[in-house]
Design a protein around this ligand. Structure first.
Ligand SMILES: [Zn+2]
Length: 297
């Protein structure tokens, strides 16, 4: 029997980026309620697990000490704060009370998901509040403050494990690519809407990694209005054979749903047909699997 863990906390939805901000954290609660109503949380072998905590030492495996210090300082501030050197306090990445606690919780969920598939025998663990893939080493970006995927993958790599990171969000997984651009210990693959006129403006096919990492950063930029047929072809002909050839110990996927045809921020035309097709094929690989959420309004 397949064992799956859903990482969930009601606190995922206990803050706000602001009334006008497109990133609505209540989607986590809505998604959880929907999954519960569908009976998905009561399937045989399905457990709901809590996030746990993440240490400063874990965060420091990617983020800079001065950036983390600034996040902690702003977290407790009662007046509005901004530091544009770190991408903090603008319209995109607002500073609000408890924002650092919130992003740490999301990161802890991803670290726990990785622990469950490597230490507790789960086949798949899903943190729907993970996948904040735009966070850079010392800069918030794209609604992301801490890069949960990188923090969790760094732990796996420290244990000697080889990891594939597959990013299906409509946006390029730039923060994760940046973390592993010069190493072959993590293969990153991102399929996304082209950055020609779209945030974050990177993720072109010529970005292939450097040094020991050359060939281990893979990008498939898709033109606007790409549909299911082309999306599945990109997955089948690029991502799937590369995952199989690399032979990872752990698969980490960012499954942002902003590729969906009705998403207001992107111009891809993907439907649930592609999602179910891709996820069935990934499941069939039977690689310990850390699944993360991502974008999607
Ligand atoms: Zn996105």
């Amino acid at each position: 029997m397949t064992r799956t863990a859903l990482i969930y906390s009601h606190d995922f939805s206990a803050c706000s980026y602001g009334e006008q901000h497109p990133f609505k954290v209540q989607r986590y609660r809505l998604a959880f309620d929907l999954m519960t109503e569908y009976g998905l949380t009561r399937l045989p072998g399905a457990d709901i697990r809590e996030c746990g905590t993440v240490s400063d030492a874990d965060l420091l495996t990617f983020h800079s000490p001065d950036y983390l210090k600034r996040l902690a300082e702003f977290n407790c501030s009662t007046e509005s704060r901004a530091d544009f050197r770190y991408g903090l306090g603008d319209v995109e990445n607002p500073v609000f009370p408890g924002f650092y606690d919130w992003t740490r919780l999301c990161t802890a969920g991803t670290v726990e998901a990785a622990r469950l598939v490597t230490e507790e025998g789960y086949d798949c663990a899903f943190n729907l509040a993970g996948g904040l893939h735009h966070a850079h080493r010392a800069r918030a970006s794209g609604f992301s403050y801490l890069n949960d995927a990188v923090i969790a993958i760094n732990r796996l790599v420290a244990q000697g494990l080889r990891v594939v990171y597959l990013d299906l969000d409509a946006h390029h997984g730039d923060g994760v690519q940046e973390a592993y651009y010069d190493t072959d210990r993590v293969l990153t693959i991102s399929i996304h809407e082209t950055g020609l006129h779209f945030f974050p403006g990177t993720g072109f096919e010529r970005e292939m990694g450097k040094g020991a990492g050359k060939g281990y950063s893979v990008n498939v930029p898709l033109i606007e209005h790409t549909d299911d047929a082309l999306f599945m072809k990109a997955f089948d002909e690029v991502a799937y054979p590369l995952i199989a050839a690399y032979g990872p110990d752990v698969l980490v996927t960012q499954l942002g749903a902003d590729t969906f045809r009705t998403d207001p921020l992107s111009r891809l035309e993907i439907t649930t047909h592609s999602y179910s097709y891709v996820l069935r094929k990934l499941k069939a690989l039977r690689i310990p699997w850390v699944a993360l959420g991502g974008g999607g309004v």
